[in-house]
Design a protein around this ligand. Structure first.
Ligand SMILES: *Cc1c(COP(=O)(O)O)cnc(C)c1O
Length: 352
């Protein structure tokens, strides 16, 4: 018999998906678990969650709930593209590197074209040249610009940067998709109303992540133009993304939005990342890669430290170069958790 993996004896910095369900989401789940309601989203919780999202974005948007971010991104890209189209995104984008070809699969062959740019952000000039370098029939026609907010590098696009990107997109007749797996962290970081970094700067569709921010499961797909959402419900159903007991996906959103926890949890995770960043500044041998703007800190340290830290029970992802590590703070990470990790890194540093 295989030994089952044990739960960790501490909160880890590997992924915000290691964390559990936040109390606000849990409380809503419990409230939703009463009696019979209609299935497949025709229930009061789903209606309420959709209305709350419309209030939050201050626009009459169309909302769909699905199980995870890969499905949300893949379905949206498939919905906006024909199979001969292409999607422009950053080379580190989740849709390119971490979805196992989901967007291409769901869209029957839509191609992903990657551009570069510092700090995980797309260079608007790269968008233009990716579109204009070929105009002939042999090239997959660019149709969508996909922006990750907050980025895979823990940075956040400013309103001006988003403006510039969407201007480039509109100039080249691209629709704008936002992968918002950590959208709440971006909103908390910029301290703006959600509309300021979405539809007001030309975002057409947002995949709003809930899971990493304390939900058990579930992402909200938000179409800011209702006509673009036509028949999206069929796509969700065909993709196996229409939950029959939908209330258990939508109810946690109600709790999160009504209490404001969606934002306070994200702000807390961001603040822990700031604390981690500042604490690591004084550790010799640790190189901090970028100033964190969301809930992750990227560092470089000698490879053998990675091993020692893992022996001490820490888990984190290797990222980018050898020696690179991603340290991710969650909604429930505390300053004491950060201090414990930093103390261990400091010890490893002074020993070696
Ligand atoms: C986590 C994440 C997703 C969603 O991943 P799933 O595991 O499919 O829920 C999408 N985009 C980004 C940038 C992510 O970090």
């Amino acid at each position: 018999m295989r030994h089952p993996p044990k739960p960790f004896d501490r909160r880890q910095f590997a992924s915000d998906n290691y964390a559990g369900i936040c109390p606000e989401a849990w409380n809503s789940l419990q409230q939703a678990n009463q009696g019979h309601v209609m299935a497949y989203g025709d229930d009061p919780w789903t209606t309420r969650a959709s209305d709350l999202l419309r209030d939050l974005f201050e626009i009459d948007c169309e909302v769909f709930f699905c199980f995870n971010g890969t499905a949300a991104n893949s379905m949206v890209i498939a919905h906006l593209c024909q199979s001969y189209h292409s999607v422009i995104c950053h080379q580190l984008a989740h849709v390119e590197t971490d979805e196992c070809g989901g967007p291409e699969f769901f869209s029957n062959g839509t191609k992903i074209l990657t551009v570069d740019g510092p700090d995980g952000k797309i260079d608007p000039k790269g968008v233009g040249s990716m579109v204009t370098r070929r105009k002939d029939i042999h090239y997959p026609k660019p149709r969508v610009l996909s922006i990750t907010q907050a980025t895979e590098m823990g940075t956040v696009y400013t309103i001006d940067e988003l403006d510039a990107l969407s201007e480039a997109a509109k100039r080249h007749h691209l629709r704008v998709h936002m992968d918002g797996a950590r959208f709440a962290n971006a909103v908390a970081s910029l301290d703006v109303a959600p509309k300021e970094i979405t539809w007001k700067v030309g975002v057409d569709v947002l995949c709003f992540g809930g899971t990493k921010n304390g939900l058990p499961v579930g992402e909200a797909v938000v179409f800011f133009h209702k006509d673009m959402a036509a028949e999206f419900e069929y796509r969700c159903k065909q993709a196996g993304q229409l939950a029959s007991k939908m209330r258990f996906i939508s109810a946690p959103w109600v709790g999160m939005i009504e209490t404001g926890a969606w934002l306070t949890h994200a702000a807390s995770a961001n603040a822990r990342a700031q604390h981690l960043y500042r604490s690591l500044q004084s550790v010799p041998g640790v190189t901090l890669l970028a100033v964190p703007q969301a809930n992750s800190v990227f560092i470089e340290m000698p490879l053998d430290w990675h091993e020692t830290l893992r022996e001490r029970g820490w888990r984190f992802y290797n990222f980018i170069a050898a020696g690179g590590a991603r340290l991710m703070c969650s909604w429930d990470t505390t300053d004491a958790d950060v201090d414990m990790l930093v103390a261990d890194i400091r010890q490893v540093a002074s020993a070696g």
